[in-house]
Design a protein around this ligand. Structure first.
Ligand code: EPU
Length: 297
């Protein structure tokens, strides 16, 4: 057996010492002690049983869009959900597996003439991650279309309604830990429409994003918008953050709430830049911006 203490049932799902930067959109982070790649719910159950039995720390990772791992890596098991795939359409009802990409799913549904997720085109990340942090834009968010999720808990698989997930601005009970479990799939009830109308709305969303947001390795918006007043992007812009650079990470000239990373495995640079942006806004506006991304210590 390649890895000590890993039972036969999961050994084929687990790899040791895997660099995390290629699995995150910011391209930061050292290696994880173990990477688990379940393809099915049965695989996932086996991986979790091993994790519990060995009392290992673990973290569930979707598209890695909003997670920053430290440069010295992660000492436990990263469970990579990207291989849990599938989109099932039954009239206006749709079930999408956690590992499907949000943008890919939205495009697929637009082609099928199912309206409701057009706003999501161009947002990186997976369906599972999007549910947990209630991904969204000004035009919509997961809370506006989600009807329920199936989650895997220590007691088994169960369903939770969207209401039970208490979804708010970039948060949910799954993120705060009030509801425990791993999202396996999300159910939506969409509106049947002419596919051309859906695709036209998709095009508008994508064009607007291309006009207002940069490309390159990033985590999307770094900070949440304050509850009232100016947006984080406006505050950071007014504080002179555009173009600030630390090592290979810099603040975009297109949108001041985006850090673009030209390096690899350099979370240290990104974290220093986040602190600098935060302190600039504190100095100029006395506002304490809160990160939207999850920073793993
Ligand atoms: N603005 C500036 N300077 C900047 C950036 C923006 O003055 O550097 C101004 C814009 O001109 C506009 C206003 O700020 O008048 C708002 O900008 P934008 O429309 O880009 O919206 P945002 O509030 O900055 C939010 C979400 C984005 C989402 C967009 C579009 C948050 C933190 N951000 O950005 O989501 O794509 O609306 O709907 O809620 C993300 O969550 O990762 C993300 C990028």
């Amino acid at each position: 057996m390649a890895i000590p203490d890993v039972p036969e049932s999961v050994v084929h799902l687990i790899t040791e010492n895997v660099p995390l930067w290629p699995l995150t959109s910011m391209h930061g982070g050292g290696p994880t002690r173990w990477l688990a790649k379940p393809r099915t719910v049965v695989d996932l159950k086996a991986v979790l049983a091993w994790i519990q039995e060995q009392r290992l720390s673990h973290l569930v990772l979707g598209g890695g869009t909003n997670v920053l791992f430290p440069d010295d890596g992660y000492p436990g098991v990263v469970v990579w959900m990207r291989l849990l795939k599938g989109i099932q359409i039954d009239g206006p009802s749709v079930i999408v597996a956690a590992g499907e990409l949000l943008t890919g799913s939205a495009r697929h549904l637009n082609h099928a003439g199912l309206s409701g997720l057009e706003w999501a085109c161009g947002i990186p990340g997976t369906i599972g991650g999007a549910v947990v942090m209630n991904a969204g834009t000004r035009d919509g968010d997961m809370a506006s279309v989600l009807s329920s999720v199936r989650i895997l808990t220590t007691e088994g698989v169960r369903e939770a309604s969207a209401e039970q997930l208490e979804m708010g601005y970039r948060t949910s009970a799954l993120l705060t830990g009030k509801v425990e479990g791993i999202v396996l799939e999300a159910s939506f009830v969409l509106r049947q429409d002419d596919p051309n109308h859906c695709l036209n709305r998709e095009r508008e969303v994508v064009e607007a994003r291309q006009r207002t947001q940069p490309t390159g390795a990033s985590s999307g918006c770094i900070f949440k918008n304050p509850e009232t007043g100016s947006t984080a992007g406006e505050l950071l812009d007014q504080a002179g953050c555009k173009g600030l650079r630390i090592g290979n990470a810099y603040v975009s000239d297109v949108h001041a709430n985006f850090i673009i990373n030209e390096g690899e495995n350099n979370t240290g640079d990104v974290l220093k830049l986040i602190q600098l942006m935060k302190s600039r806004v504190m100095e100029t506006h006395s506002i304490d911006l809160q990160p939207e991304i999850l920073i793993i210590e």
